[in-house]
Design a protein around this ligand. Structure first.
Ligand SMILES: NC(=O)c1ccc[n+]([C@@H]2O[C@H](COP(=O)([O-])OP(=O)(O)OC[C@H]3O[C@@H](n4cnc5c(N)ncnc54)[C@H](OP(=O)(O)O)[C@@H]3O)[C@@H](O)[C@H]2O)c1
Length: 308
């Protein structure tokens, strides 16, 4: 397939592009800068210059492709107070792809998240995309979840749409997400902290396993599927803090919920969530079996601690 991929130059894209090309697909990646274009060219992809806000450009790229994988999200502004604007732009992009692909039976895969959708119990693929559940996390989170709902509803317009829900940590060498942020905070503060008793859990997946599932979704997910790229169902945050403390030779310290905001800043709400998730149904449906190291084994390889 000739596949248009947004976010192809990002972290998840760095796994997805080689996965697609390795399976014989052609990749056309959206790039908003010379630097992103160079990343895509080096990875063997064609470049489509444009931004998430150039809706005509997104429409024409989707119309010329056999399928679309939408990974881009304005994360650069999302976690510095602009989550709502990022979610609104994302919604407009997904609407545009829906219009371009309607009536074509072509695949449309979007990335979304598991965090906060079910608190204190294991989220499964059967759980819907409930905007109200995530609304307390950050302004705009509800919009992001309703966008996933909207993408699934495109199935009724003859789009083979699927949503791949990713855990809060998609780990591997080069990760610049939540876990490296936690490592940075520990370095800055001189302690590796967790909130309360730290028994709350985050699911996780290795980048290469996630990329494999995203390719399978493109190739064969039934229209309207919700898939879970989950390898570790739930790693206690305290266990993550302990590994960080051991590698940085720092004390591992419980932080009270009242003091957590001062220690963890914007990360607090996310880090306090007990948000495990399962992938039993995805494994069965897609014949997907994660083979890469789990989060703790990956942390123990040491690459998260090599550079400041
Ligand atoms: N990483 C995780 O652990 C994780 C967990 C859950 C969900 N997700 C979701 O997975 C998706 C990919 O995340 P990621 O970790 O790969 O993020 P990332 O490394 O920050 O990459 C974001 C991508 O979006 C592109 N982008 C951002 N703003 C853009 C704009 N205005 N116009 C065009 N492209 C733009 C970036 O392009 P540039 O290269 O030009 O910056 C980059 O390719 C996102 O939807 C994210 O929310 C990720």
């Amino acid at each position: 397939m000739r596949v248009f991929v947004t976010g192809a130059s990002g972290w998840i894209g760095s796994g997805v592009v080689p996965e697609l090309i390795g399976a014989g697909h052609q990749v056309v990646g959206l790039a908003r800068s010379d630097a992103s274009s160079a990343v895509l060219t080096a990875a063997g992809a064609e470049v489509h210059r444009g931004t998430l806000d150039d809706l005509d450009s997104l429409r024409s790229a989707a119309a010329a492709a056999d399928g679309v994988i939408h990974l881009a999200f304005k994360l650069d502004i999302a976690f510095s107070g602009g989550f709502r604007a990022a979610a609104d732009a994302d919604r407009r992009a997904v609407e545009t792809f829906g219009e371009a692909l309607a009536g074509s039976d072509r695949p449309f895969v979007i990335a979304s998240g598991t965090l906060g959708l079910a608190l204190g119990r294991v989220l499964t693929e059967r759980d819907g995309h409930d905007p109200e559940a995530v609304a307390p996390l950050v302004d705009g989170a509800a919009t992001r979840v309703s966008t996933a709902q909207m993408a699934l509803s495109l199935a009724s317009l003859d789009v083979r749409s699927s949503v791949v829900r990713l855990p809060p940590t998609v780990h591997g060498e080069g990760d610049h997400g939540f876990v490296p942020t936690l490592v940075g905070i520990a370095r800055d503060k001189g302690i590796s902290g967790y909130i309360g008793d730290g028994s709350n859990r985050w699911p996780a997946v290795h980048l290469l396993d996630a990329a494999h599932l995203i390719r399978l979704a493109l190739e064969k997910a039934p229209a309207g599927s919700t898939l879970h790229a989950i390898a570790d169902q739930g790693v206690p945050i305290r266990t993550i803090a302990e590994v960080i403390g051991r590698h940085l030779d720092l004390p591992v310290v419980a932080i009270s919920p009242e003091d957590a905001g001062e220690y963890f800043g914007w990360l607090t709400g996310f880090l306090a969530a007990d948000s495990p998730a399962s992938s039993v149904l995805t494994r069965e449906l897609m014949d997907w079996h994660p083979v890469q190291p789990g989060l703790i084994a990956d942390l123990d390889k040491g690459h998260y601690f090599r550079s400041k």
